[in-house]
Design a protein around this ligand. Structure first.
Ligand SMILES: Cc1cc2nc3c(=O)[nH]c(=O)nc-3n(C[C@H](O)[C@H](O)[C@H](O)COP(=O)(O)OP(=O)(O)OC[C@H]3O[C@@H](n4cnc5c(N)ncnc54)[C@H](O)[C@@H]3O)c2cc1C
Length: 385
């Protein structure tokens, strides 16, 4: 389908595709096997201007448009969702700085993130808190012009390899979600270390690590925005980031569909009615996912106010169809689908994770239901008036 991309968007798509074909493709299987982070590729993406798209123009970026993030993530993910995640986590990490940091904090970090001089990560999840954000155990105690952080974060993408971390910690445990605050923590801060590195099923080129805070003292100015606003900042950040996860899932699905179609065509099986039906459904679902993501991205970029529900749509559906389409692709390839060199088995492993990170798909469904209930409440109150 034609989404009438602007000339700039077409150029960005082409740039991301070139990176995917020339830098990612030759090494992605090896990096996946070794679970090795693509540091040189991410840095090169920075040099080629692909990190600038996460940053507003006044801080050296190209506008922080969600559509741009989706276009770039989709293209890289068609080849490797692990490398796409290693790249896209910089949007998740810089997002709260773009949205909520002070002018000084923005000037200090964003221009360097835009060129890949600093990589960034986002530290929310803990053993007892991911879906249940309010149950965060990491604390930040205010003391003599500093905050002192204690706690352990789990499953943090690019955890041990970033320079700047946005970390969520409770400044008032008695207030639950309203006691959570957001902080900027730089690597090498005393009391901040890295824990276990996870050995994962998929997106293995994206490192996933624990962050450990033991009496970690940071300047009071590293508080982002206001105390107690960390939960709201996190949700607003997710609203903007989730279409990007959807785009990573979409890239996986598109890549798997193309490989399967090519295989079936070469085997002269496209006249088989069963196969026609499977391929037609795959093509339709992939396109429906793309339409949903692009429409959501356009809505956000046009200044839409509340897009929580749409952001969840744009993560939930593509992640589900990525799993479905990659399984179908494996089935269409038959035994070859199980072999590493045909790459669809990796795509399935990668696809499964898109249903889990940045809020599981169960949480997306719960979020959509909350939004629908709220909308119905508003409608019924309006009818009574
Ligand atoms: C590869 C990877 C990378 C990640 N990167 C990051 C990162 O960079 N930063 C970060 O902060 N986190 C990151 N995460 C963490 C991730 O976002 C969470 O693991 C995820 O949101 C699930 O939260 P949880 O760990 O609390 O799981 P749990 O909430 O314990 O989930 C367990 C099960 O319970 C279900 N469940 C829980 N609550 C509900 C509910 N209310 N309704 C219905 N079902 C429910 C879940 O859907 C799931 O099926 C990453 C995770 C992975 C796997």
């Amino acid at each position: 389908m034609d989404y009438f991309l602007s000339d700039e968007e077409k150029a960005l798509k082409e740039k991301a595709r070139t990176v995917a074909e020339t830098l990612v493709k030759p090494v992605h299987c090896e990096l996946d096997e070794k679970a090795e982070f693509p540091m040189e590729i991410v840095k090169e993406m920075g040099r080629r201007g692909l990190l600038k798209i996460f940053i507003p123009t006044e801080y050296g970026g190209t506008g922080a448009r969600i559509m741009d993030m989706c276009i770039a993530c989709e293209e890289v993910s068609k080849v490797c969702a692990g490398i796409a995640t290693a790249y896209a986590v910089n949007a998740l990490g810089s997002g709260p700085i773009v949205l909520f940091a002070s002018e000084e904090q923005k000037k200090m970090y964003l221009p360097k993130i835009a060129v890949g001089e600093l990589l960034c990560a986002f530290g929310l999840t803990e053993a007892q808190a991911g879906s249940d954000v309010a149950n965060l155990q990491t604390t930040a105690r205010k003391e003599n012009g500093h905050y002192v952080l204690n706690g352990v974060k789990q499953f943090i993408s690019s955890g041990s390899l970033s320079d700047v971390y946005v970390v969520l910690a409770s400044t008032d445990r008695s207030r639950g979600a309203r006691g959570i605050s957001a902080f900027i923590v730089e690597k090498d801060t005393p009391g901040f270390s890295y824990g276990k590195e996870e050995n994962k099923l998929g997106i293995r080129a994206s490192t996933t690590t624990e962050l450990v805070f033991e009496e970690c003292k940071i300047p009071a100015e590293n508080l982002m925005g206001k105390e107690g606003m960390g939960f709201i900042y996190t949700m607003r950040n997710f609203d903007r980031a989730r279409p990007g996860v959807g785009a990573i899932a979409l890239g996986i699905a598109q890549g798997a569909y193309e490989l399967a179609l090519d295989f079936i065509h070469q085997k002269n099986l496209l006249n088989n009615q069963y196969i026609q039906r499977v391929i037609a459904d795959m093509a339709t679902e992939v396109e429906a996912a793309r339409a949903l993501i692009y429409a959501t991205a356009r809505m956000i970029d046009a200044g839409g106010k509340n897009f929580t529900k749409e952001a969840s749509f744009a993560k939930l559906y593509p992640a589900d169809i990525a799993v479905k389409v990659t399984i179908q692709a494996i089935e269409l390839l038959g035994p070859y689908g199980l072999l590493g060199e045909y790459r669809v088995e990796k795509m399935l492993r990668d696809a499964k994770i898109t249903q889990i990170y940045e809020g599981t798909n169960q949480i997306q469904r719960a979020q959509i239901a909350i939004e629908l209930t709220r909308e119905m409440g508003t409608k019924h109150r309006a009818q009574k008036v």
